[in-house]
Design a protein around this ligand. Structure first.
Ligand SMILES: [Fe+2]
Length: 400
């Protein structure tokens, strides 16, 4: 075939629509509804110089965040993976980096539908975006921090607005920089929709588009067919469920207490390895408490779902006590906050643990608690409030 004829041949098959008959990957996605934001955005892992913004779109999309300091959104962030810009997905998790500490920022999220791939060519659809939202990065080594802690909600999402609207305000202002869910938000986790309805949407309705929250794994987050997908929706330092971070004068340690029964319990179907996991965490913890930033912090607070003490004598409690207990007693911990037992209690330091332990209650009416913690460089103050407004107790701890 001469070159000119070949060109004509190609033009002809193109005109005839032959190229149009090539199979297209995902063109005209199954759902005929227009693309929409299913849930979000919500903030995760807000540090003095970074934040991760998460949302879910109904259609596979290319997504980004437009943001900037003050009133401007002149910067754009996308997520990258192995040289590819994250796209053609529905869970969008985008980290803004190199932010200015202690500064108000504006942002909006944008998702452009990807209709499909036609050979190597990408077909784009409509773009959708959120309204302009805002957040403020904390100061680096800020003077103050205030947070609220909920625990053991157990698939009763009404607890979130009930406790936060009744007791999470000081005047008209939210009385927290971030919210901690200290485990067992669910009974077991079966679907994305359950996570949206029972945690994400109630948080977004109240605070989560502009104020971050932290989900700590409890033993019930370990259960159910969807449990292994939970981390896809959240962001953590190092993307692990155990980590440390500094906010204001407090250095927080987060440990994952794992399941409450032995790994070979029939309930877990042979699919868990928490003894090994807790031992790995203990090795990490040994190194963590030797770091200067940990030792030098005015306060050290441990967040862990199952307390190694005062939480019965099942295997999870006892193994946490065995592997974490001796390290924690050497660490100069000022305060531990837990859940799990469903009975609110405050325990002074004793011969087993040389720091106070506060355990939040739940999930039934009359047993639900909101724990409020605030600190400046001189003192840390904790207050536990029951859902009916009864103040159950408080602690005041001076900086060492
Ligand atoms: Fe629990």
């Amino acid at each position: 075939m001469k070159l000119s004829n070949r060109r004509t041949f190609l033009e002809n098959i193109s005109k005839a629509g032959a190229l149009g008959l090539l199979p297209t990957m995902g063109l005209a996605q199954d759902n005929p509804e227009p693309n929409k934001i299913v849930v979000g955005p919500y903030l995760q892992n807000l540090t003095p110089d970074s934040v991760t913004i998460v949302w879910i779109s109904s259609k596979k999309s290319l997504s980004w965040v437009e943001y900037g300091e003050g009133r401007y959104t002149s910067k754009k962030a996308l997520a990258y993976n192995n040289g590819l810009i994250e796209a053609n997905n529905c869970i969008h998790k985008i980290t803004l980096k190199n932010l200015k500490p202690g500064t108000a920022h504006r942002y909006r999220i944008v998702s452009t539908e990807i209709l499909g791939f036609k050979g190597s060519r990408v077909e784009f659809g409509e773009s959708i975006e959120s309204p302009l939202l805002s957040f403020s990065t904390p100061e680096l080594r800020g003077e103050e921090v205030k947070l609220v802690i909920l625990n053991d909600i157990h698939d009763r999402p009404q607890i979130i607005p009930q406790l936060l609207y009744r007791h999470g305000y000081k005047g008209n202002e939210k009385d927290y920089d971030f919210v901690v869910f200290n485990g067992d938000c669910f009974d077991w986790v079966s679907s994305e929709q359950q996570m949206i309805d029972h945690l994400l949407q109630p948080c977004i309705d109240i605070f989560a588009s502009e104020t971050p929250f932290l989900l700590i794994q409890g033993n019930h987050e370990c259960r159910g067919g969807f449990s292994r997908h939970i981390p896809e929706y959240f962001a953590y330092p190092e993307n692990k469920y155990y980590f440390s971070f500094r906010q204001g004068p407090i250095h927080f340690l987060v440990l994952d207490s794992g399941e409450d029964k032995p790994d070979d319990n029939v309930e877990y179907g042979g699919l868990v390895a928490f003894d090994q996991y807790r031992e790995t965490q203990a090795e990490w913890l040994k190194k963590e408490i030797e770091k200067e930033e940990f030792k030098q912090a005015p306060f050290r607070v441990l967040l862990i779902h199952i307390s190694p003490y005062h939480s019965g004598d099942w295997h999870g409690t006892l193994h946490c006590r065995e592997v974490f207990g001796p390290i924690l007693n050497k660490a100069g911990i000022d305060l531990q906050i837990s859940g799990h037992t469903h009975r609110y209690m405050m325990h002074e330091a004793d011969e087993n643990h040389n720091y106070p332990i506060v355990i939040g209650g739940g999930p039934l009416e009359g047993k639900r608690t909101l724990t409020k913690l605030k600190a400046d460089s001189k003192k840390m103050y904790l207050e536990m409030i029951r859902d009916d407004g009864e103040k159950l107790g408080h602690l005041e701890i001076a900086a060492s």
